[in-house]
Design a protein around this ligand. Structure first.
Ligand SMILES: Cc1cc2nc3c(=O)[nH]c(=O)nc-3n(C[C@H](O)[C@H](O)[C@H](O)COP(=O)(O)OP(=O)(O)OC[C@H]3O[C@@H](n4cnc5c(N)ncnc54)[C@H](O)[C@@H]3O)c2cc1C
Length: 320
């Protein structure tokens, strides 16, 4: 079976590794976009183990979460009591390289950087990229929230909010030994910050408000817990805006194609579940290549059911 995986983030790489293990011929298309620096929860450990990605070196061990949500005080949740131990604060560029290398070691052919131009299905699938055409039996859409394949197939996406994240990366010369992810609510959204390797930190405001650098800095200064953690840091790159909405495809699989990870369903970062969901759905999709329409429908129904449960949790968190 020839499978083209569009997008080489966590979902696409997980699918590629697992497909190679199952004997498929895999081409992995990457346009080299990366995440921002996230917290990989401890629950990811068995999935990373299955994919051959442990030990995961070069990241910061995350020992827990510190949260101030509608309260002035921080509450701490240590991972010591979790069955899988610590999580990770990811250097996302390095993690991307590690995952893609693992996919290549497993046998996938990596094409990068490539831009998908069109998708057509005369008999088998044809993917047109700059200067080449790729024929395959199945396509996996792992292209993140943009869902580059599903969009081209005319599949609609249901959006449940218009949130985005305004993300800054900061650098310090001072020592910082914090190994937690800190989350703090503010009047129109919430902040998170985590330490990254090489004396850096990521700080992001997740909000539906439009704001510029000055507005971001002003809101940052008014935080009680995040600002002190950044006291000895300075901004080392321009702010970046990333979508952070909750959204889901109205159909996440069909004849010869499956959408996985954020392409299928994307979560508010407050849930810290996007990375685990991406790895899980990548592994699950590999086993669905060649599956009947009933099994593909069951895949979508399962995703939809989980997504509904997540939306209820999210409503409770923000509005109760
Ligand atoms: C600000 C923010 C903070 C977050 N924090 C957390 C967190 O702490 N914990 C957590 O678990 N999750 C977090 N998430 C969510 C998490 O980042 C995603 O759920 C996860 O990255 C999804 O993986 P993916 O492989 O599905 O998609 P992505 O990581 O988006 O990867 C998709 C890849 O496909 C590529 N691509 C796109 N279009 C094409 C194309 N046409 N051709 C080829 N390649 C293409 C992209 O460039 C990218 O490399 C956060 C998200 C945001 C925005």
């Amino acid at each position: 079976m020839r499978v083209a995986v569009v997008g080489a983030g966590p979902a696409g790489c997980a699918a590629a590794v697992e497909l190679c293990r199952l004997g498929a011929e895999v081409v992995l298309l990457s346009n080299s976009g990366e995440g921002v620096g996230e917290q990989m929860p401890p629950e990811a450990r068995p999935l990373l183990q299955q994919l051959g990605l442990l030990p995961l070196d070069g990241h910061v061990d995350c020992v827990g979460l510190r949260t101030a949500w509608r309260t002035d005080t921080l509450s701490e949740q240590s991972f010591v009591f979790r069955p899988f131990g610590n999580g990770w604060l990811l250097d996302r560029r390095l993690f991307g390289e590690q995952m893609r290398q693992r996919a290549v070691d497993a046998g996938a052919v990596l094409r990068q950087p490539v831009r998908l131009l069109s998708v057509a299905c005369p008999r088998d699938w044809r993917l047109r990229i700059e200067g080449a055409e790729i024929a395959c039996d199945w396509i996996i859409d792992a292209s993140g929230r943009y869902a580059a394949v599903a969009r081209r197939l005319g599949i609609r996406r249901h959006r449940f909010d218009r949130q985005f994240a305004v993300v800054g990366w900061l650098q310090t010369e001072a020592d910082d030994v914090d190994a937690t992810l800190t989350v703090e609510g503010d009047s129109g959204g919430w902040w998170y910050t985590g330490r990254l390797p090489r004396r850096r930190r990521v700080a992001a405001l997740v909000t539906a408000d439009r704001l510029d650098l000055k507005g971001w800095e002003k809101r940052l200064r008014s935080t009680r817990h995040v600002a002190p953690l950044l006291e000895h840091y300075h901004c080392c790159s321009p702010l970046v805006v990333r979508p952070a909405d909750s959204s889901m495809l109205e159909r996440s699989a069909g004849s010869g194609w499956i959408a996985i990870g954020d392409a299928a369903a994307s979560y508010d970062p407050i849930a810290s579940r996007g990375l685990v969901a991406a790895l899980q759905s990548g592994i699950a999709a590999a086993a669905l290549i060649g599956a009947s329409s009933e099994r593909l429908a069951a895949y979508h129904a399962d995703l939809e059911q989980r997504f509904r449960g997540y939306l209820e949790e999210r409503t409770r968190l923000y509005f109760s």
